[in-house]
Write a protein that binds this ligand. Structure first.
Ligand code: DAH
Length: 368
């Protein structure tokens, strides 16, 4: 910063003026070279060009006023030239922006690798589950959910698996510890299927019912290529007057065509589930060989995909404890249940169920 006082001029000839203005120019240039912030630039402006205390003002006050009349013109011209120089310095400082040091402190190293944001995507199981639900939503079905920690009553008894009945052994169950003193029906377990939500739904609303229930289920199964102790199901329930087995067949045939393509055929094989009578397993024509027979369908041309049947009157009897309108003499219904992993494995050609749960981004990244 320059704060040397402006000297008085005693001589006003060319040489004296040259000398006096050269000294001022030198001061202004040195002063301008130190400007490294907007504040410093403003201070420079005030110091040199300020209306009251600026150095130029002082120059004009001291030198112009003291000059003899014949020197005033030359002095005025030099004064204006010097003013232009100071303004030039100011412009240059303002235009050149922050100093190199200030720039370096804020600099971004564009040679460093960036932070990559991964694109989120639905997990293939979630996607398949939503797709299945969507097929039924388009038919007017609503969507329901129920608890994964379920009571013995809802998971088994109300689905017509009486206590001690051998049908319970078909679903190897994980139970919550320390429940021995509770009545059997209240004991908690991890639900082995989504079927208990059939009963929870019927208890909440009288017929008609059309609902699909996606969800997670648990069984005490050893993991292998096609089994996992945790998997997902989509349950379906339709109850109304005059619901028949042909409604069930038409609905599931449509759903399989919507999921696997319109050329897929279905067939229904007699089966057993405690909560449906009659019960059936649904097979679809092999989507890999078109029904000719291959390794995937064990040369049969068919693949078993889900269970279904007409709701057993014993199940309606349990529902009637809360909703008398479920009178099997007046209404009828069908139900079905399918494994989501199995359908996803077929749709995406996945041969190991464990891939869905391993959290390996090389696998999951294929579904983005
Ligand atoms: N809950 C059965 C299971 O987990 C699947 C099932 C079969 C559901 C037939 C149904 C049905 O609603 O009607 O093995």
């Amino acid at each position: 910063m320059t704060n040397e006082a402006i000297p008085n001029l005693t001589a006003f000839d060319e040489a004296a003026l040259d000398h006096a203005f050269a000294a001022l120019e030198q001061q202004a240039a040195a002063d301008a070279a130190t400007l490294d912030s907007p504040e410093a630039i403003e201070a420079f402006r005030l110091r040199w060009l300020g209306r009251k205390q600026g150095r130029l003002n002082e120059v004009s006050a001291r030198w112009l006023k003291a000059a003899p009349p014949e020197a005033k013109k030359a002095l005025g011209q030099r004064f204006n030239a010097f003013k232009a120089i100071v303004e030039g310095l100011l412009e240059q400082a303002a235009g050149s922006g922050p100093s190199d040091a200030a720039l370096a402190a804020e600099a971004i190293d564009i040679t460093l690798p960036g932070t990559r944001r991964l694109t989120g995507a639905e997990h293939p199981i979630t996607r398949t589950m939503n797709e299945i639900v969507q097929v039924f939503a388009a038919l007017g079905y609503s969507v329901g959910v129920g608890p994964e920690v379920e009571s013995d009553y809802y998971n088994f008894e109300s689905m017509n698996f009486p206590p001690g009945h051998p049908a319970r052994d078909t679903q190897d169950t994980l139970v919550v510890a320390g429940q021995e003193r509770r009545p059997q029906r209240d004991r908690l377990l991890l639900r082995t299927h989504t079927s208990p939500v059939q009963m929870r739904t019927m208890e909440q609303q009288p017929p008609p019912v059309r609902i699909v229930i996606p969800g997670k289920v648990h069984r005490n199964d050893a993991a292998d290529a096609t089994h996992s102790p945790i998997f997902h199901q989509v349950e379906g329930l339709c109850v109304d007057t005059n619901i028949t087995f042909s409604d069930l067949k038409g609905t599931l045939d449509h759903a399989m065509k919507a999921l696997f393509g319109s050329s897929v055929k279905t067939r229904f094989f007699p089966s057993f589930f405690p909560f449906t009578e009659p019960s059936a397993d649904v097979q679809i024509s092999c989507i890999f060989c078109g029904g000719k027979g291959c390794r995937k369908c064990k040369q049969s041309g068919w693949i078993e995909l889900l269970g279904c049947g007409m709701v057993d009157p014993a199940v309606f009897a349990f529902a009637q404890e809360k909703q008398p309108a479920y009178d099997p003499k007046r209404i009828s219904g069908f139900a079905f249940g399918m494994g989501v992993e199995r359908i996803a494995m077929m749709k995406y050609g996945v041969s190991e169920i464990g891939q869905f749960f391993a959290g390996d981004m090389r696998f999951l990244g294929q579904f983005v």
